[in-house]
Design a protein around this ligand. Structure first.
Ligand SMILES: O=C(O)c1[nH]c(=O)[nH]c(=O)c1I
Length: 310
């Protein structure tokens, strides 16, 4: 059974990696993903130009069927993650995530990456829901087009975007129309479902401190939305734009479902947070068992082959 996939000429010897933000804040965490059997790649915590503390107070909580977070983009700064990925980029194809708070910050960081020795893939995060006062960029279609126009006026290395979930067919059409106009290597869908609210039944309070308790939802609970976004974008995007499916992966069947909906790679967030990097080997083994049951030897035999009802 081969679990390979490729994006922008990079060959991945299996389809799993971490979701940006999970297990990827420090070199120590990143090393654990890099060395984890079953992880084909890794992505760094979304970076801003300078180090950030992120939001104050309790900013992550487990809830039934998932997690809620309002981390607020804490990170060690672009140079830290650029150093890490340049150091390790010959071991596996790597993703460097960036999330500037302004268009100027995104463009400045991309100029640095363009001029650096990093030759991996950049994931431009247009969907952080947790910086107070900042909207999720990719819900603003004009701004998204404007940013991509400026990015691709100078950036020539492989680049993809991390998208928020969309919930309206018209919005799938609109974002795909924009993305198809650019030489994107991939899109990663979905980011957390923004601004959910969880109540602690013991205390009648919210469960995280920032933003009055509003935070991004991840885990099992988001799987149907994640699959819908993978499927809708696969149906609409040019085939050269690959898809990283993220959201709701807890077992091999969830990985299989993301691929069935069209994903080329599959990333794991909430479940990785709770289980640790050993999850990757488990997920791969479970995926291989499902493929064996169905007589599949390669992902190409079922990728994107979700059937509709007559
Ligand atoms: O709060 C965060 O740091 C965060 N949290 C998320 O759930 N998605 C994101 O893209 C980010 I940048």
């Amino acid at each position: 059974t081969t679990l390979t996939a490729s994006i922008a000429g990079f060959d991945f010897d299996n389809v799993l990696l971490n979701a940006a933000g999970v297990y990827c804040q420090t070199a120590s965490e990143l090393d654990q993903i890099l060395e984890a059997s079953g992880a084909g790649s890794l992505v760094t915590k979304s970076a801003t130009p300078a180090e950030r503390d992120g939001n104050a107070g309790v900013r992550f909580a487990e809830m039934p069927l998932g997690s809620i977070n309002s981390m607020g983009l804490p990170n060690l700064g672009l140079d830290y993650y650029l150093d890490y990925t340049i150091t390790h980029q010959d071991e596996k194809p790597l993703f460097l995530s960036i999330a500037g708070l302004t268009k100027a910050d995104n463009l400045a960081m991309l100029r640095d990456v363009q001029d650096s020795d990093f030759n991996g893939l950049v994931e431009l995060n247009l969907s952080c829901p947790n910086v107070p006062g900042k909207p999720q960029t990719a819900y603003d279609f004009d701004t998204t087009r404007e940013i991509l126009n400026e990015v691709f006026s100078f950036y020539t290395k492989p680049l993809g975007v991390k998208l928020p979930p969309y919930f309206d067919i018209a919005h799938f059409d609109m974002i795909a129309e924009i993305l198809n106009d650019f030489p994107l290597a991939f899109v990663n869908t979905i980011n957390s479902i923004g601004n959910g609210l969880v109540v602690d039944p013991e205390t009648d309070t919210v469960v995280i401190a920032p933003k009055g308790g509003f935070g991004g939802l991840g885990g099992e609970i988001v799987k149907p939305t994640a699959l819908a976004n993978v499927r809708a974008l696969r149906q609409r995007l040019r085939p050269e734009i690959k898809i990283i499916g993220t959201g709701g992966v807890t077992n091999g069947r969830d990985v299989y479902d993301h691929i069935l909906c069209g994903a080329d790679l599959v990333s794991v967030g909430t479940s990785l947070y709770f289980e640790g990097p050993a999850i990757f080997e488990r997920l791969n083994n479970e995926l291989i068992a499902i493929m064996a049951e169905k007589g599949y030897n390669h992902l190409d035999e079922f990728r994107g082959r979700l059937q509709t009802l007559a």
